[in-house]
Design a protein around this ligand. Sequence first.
Ligand code: FUL
Length: 480
Amino acid sequence: MSTHNDLPAPYGPTPSPRQLKWHTLETYAFLHFTTNTFTDKEWGYGDESPSIFNPTQFSAKQIISSLKAAGLKAAILTCKHHDGFCLWPTKTTKHNISASPYRNGKGDIVGELARECQKQGLKFGVYLSPWDRNNALYGSSDYVTKIYREQLRELLTWYGPIFETWHDGANGGDGYYGGKRESRQIDRTTYYDWPTTWQLIRELQPDACVWSDIGWDARWVGTERGFAGDPCWHTITIGPKDGVGQMDEKKLLSGERNGKSWIPAEVDFSIRPGWFWHEAQNKLVKSPAQLMTHYLESVGRGASMLLNIPPDRRGLVHELDASSLKIFGEHLKKTFTKNLAIGAKVTASNTRHGSDPKHLLDGSRETAWYTDDPVLTPELTLELGRPKTFNIIRLREAIALGQRIDEAAIDIWQDDSWVEVAKAQSIGSCRLWRIPTTTTDKVRIRVTKAAACPALSDFGLFIEPPMPAWSAKISSVALP
Ligand code: FUL
């Protein structure tokens, strides 16, 4: 039985501790790098000679510093893409970095990047393509049990803490397959026996989030174009017909209100048109302004932003990508460093005993403000003390208690009345609204529909400065 000053009961599915940590990362990098970087391909056939893999200026330091400059909190490396070439000295196949000229066969790109991430305070994650166009065993159960799972075991035991493992649903058919050069089809629903593989991950790295179309911990957002749905619910129901590589993309994009599982969306997209580096795409690097829009349409809708930055043939983040990332990172910092709502006097139409609306402004996601159980549509007024000018608004739910709000709106006080400036359905871990620059001394948060008494942990008002000019034609930029 609940008493008056209890925390509200959780509503619906709630995030696990590992998911709660994952939600705080918000932006991290994908690194697509392998023999494709040298053959100018997106999908290698599997017959590439390891001798072509020779990034002569490879610098984990330069790569990770470039990510850090963008404020990215982690990196996920394509340890093995569909072509099967392993970027670490695996014992499972000879088709790996030891057979390349890189560091005279003594190299280990996974190890170098994992160590550099640790050094610079980023988390590290692994992408291991289930489809392997090089391996002779692909298509047999031995491939899954003796190759794929063993490769995972190496990655999850040799390189320190792993924050996320990435398992995609691409399974094309034709490939080299140990010299057979044929097409091999597998049954996506049964072949990989994903639950057994993911259980192995739980045993080896209990804190690692498992990513696939359907989770367990984070889901594909259903598009690679760099945005989440609006709304984008953290919950979704994975039905008996749902599986890796066979999901309804619209369902992934928006999730499902009152879905049975907490499986938040991750927005994967690339800073260039391709996932791998291609010289011809140097002019097509996304600008800091484009990255900012992607940020608002992914993180700002409660998803995480997985931004791919492919190292080039030298083994460096290209100067153009690095300069765009740096300007984007500086812009984010300038925008979000100062919360203009701090210091405001907050008055709530109802406050649960033991909680305090001040928690919205204390900079912590752990502390929250709640209403009494029956109060589903409260209002909060913030008196800012003097007129403040802002163009970004942020609201976060205390998601440890589930996604409780169905709809919320923000008003500003203007010419003696309230004017609605923002509205959304899903709030969840983060909702950002970019609005026309506005000046007011009073702001109101209205929860207009909720399934359980709201629990809010954060509110912010920010002024996004003009974005510095940037052009992909810049030809010489100092490397970080
Ligand atoms: C897909 C792959 O087929 C692409 O090459 C890329 O790695 C993307 C992130 O995932 O499944």
